[in-house]
Design a protein around this ligand. Sequence first.
Ligand code: GDP
Ligand code: IMO
Ligand code: MG
Length: 427
Amino acid sequence: MGVTILIGSQWGDEGKGKVVDLLSQSVDIVARYQGGANAGHTIVIDGKQHVLHLIPSGIFTPGVKCVIGNGTVVDPESLLAEIDMLQKVGIDLEGRLFVSHRAHLIMPYHKLLDAASEKRRNNSGKSIGTTGRGIGPAYIDKYNRRGIRIVDLLDRDVFEEKLRANLAVHNDTLQKIYGLDALRAEDIMEQYLNYDELIDPYVTETSALLNEALREGKRVLAEGAQGVLLDVDHGTYPYVTSSSPTSGGACSGLGIPPTAVDSIWGVVKAYATRVGNGPFPTELTDATGELLQRAGNEFGTTTGRSRRCGWLDLVALRYSVQLNGIDSLALTKLDVLNSLPEIRLCTSYVRDGKPLKHFPAEVSYLNNPQCEYETFAGWQQSLAGIERFEDLPPATIKYIQRIEEFCGVPVRLISVGPDRRQTLTRF
Ligand code: GDP
Ligand code: IMO
Ligand code: MG
């Protein structure tokens, strides 16, 4: 009764920011439930591009409230930079931005540990390719029950005690294992108590806020970050992030009951990309992959790294639909395929001559998959200016219909360019 969840159905960067911005027009609240500033969500309004890392993508819709939920990990420095950026472009945040006091803080040692452990893994060729935002180490502390939450900033003594206890452990690791300098509690205290003053107006009990709004009949859109295949349980582990981007993560990450959820959108790019390391069954390392990268401007929003590109993987998408209960698909970046003479869809993974029944858990298979493809004729024309689904070229319609048929879910939104206006809806 009132909650729509929107998730990335692949490896992130599907265009969630754009779709959330559009759907925000028919909701009262948009809420982030997991992850942190590892996300980079892009919104383009009248040709002007905005990138958000933590603040929900509903912030550009006047009147919509935005919640950063308890399941997220908040880097106050990054949050303040974002608040500043929004204020500079004239976005009013007063009474519109709410941050959970239960959310865990990203601390300076989390970022150092993230970078140092990646460097070490890299020496054995096994780095994950994280965004370096301290996400993994912050969630480790949370689950190890020593994390520092935003609420801890309220009491200077509590904060200091927790910080010193954490530094006792993490300075040891930084110095003895990674050969780095120890961090000083006094420096971090000063920095974080200063942040506290600046973020304090936004901090509140967000679960109560959301549940009260739902009782009043308000509509909430839960905005997933990352994507299903980066989920710590269901993704291509260990090449994943440290949270639960799947729809299941939204209830615990916001403190709302599953009975409040009534619809689930999956955002899917018309092809596939992955940034960072790990298996990518339909990856193209040839000229077509390069073309997709160039035409799609596939460079990471958060780190600037180039994104690996490949064909749309329907085996993975169907897995995603099943795991999350996706009932509507938003198909993005269809325009990037405009010039291709031929387009492929992966429709089966094969092992020992037989199609696999389930999306495999073994990285060893996913690294050396046998993918079977269906080939489609490209439409080789611009999609600009087309406003209705029926007016799309027949070859485009055929491609979309095959995706719908394979997954058993309707494509209800089609994006043909980064701008708000470059969108076709079927609702
Ligand atoms: P998110 O993390 O899922 O929000 O996606 P990102 O913002 O990281 O990456 C998506 C990129 O594609 C951004 O640069 C968007 O502006 C852009 N984009 C979104 N939809 C479309 C589309 O339909 N066509 C094109 N060409 N670009 C798009
Ligand atoms: P949005 O919300 C794409 C990837 C990283 C790395 C792995 C783990 O913009 O779609 P982390 O820093 O989370 O520990 O890195 O996850 N990753 C993303 N890839 N989009 C994202 O977010 C991502 N957030 C993390 O590249 O492979
Ligand atoms: Mg992104």
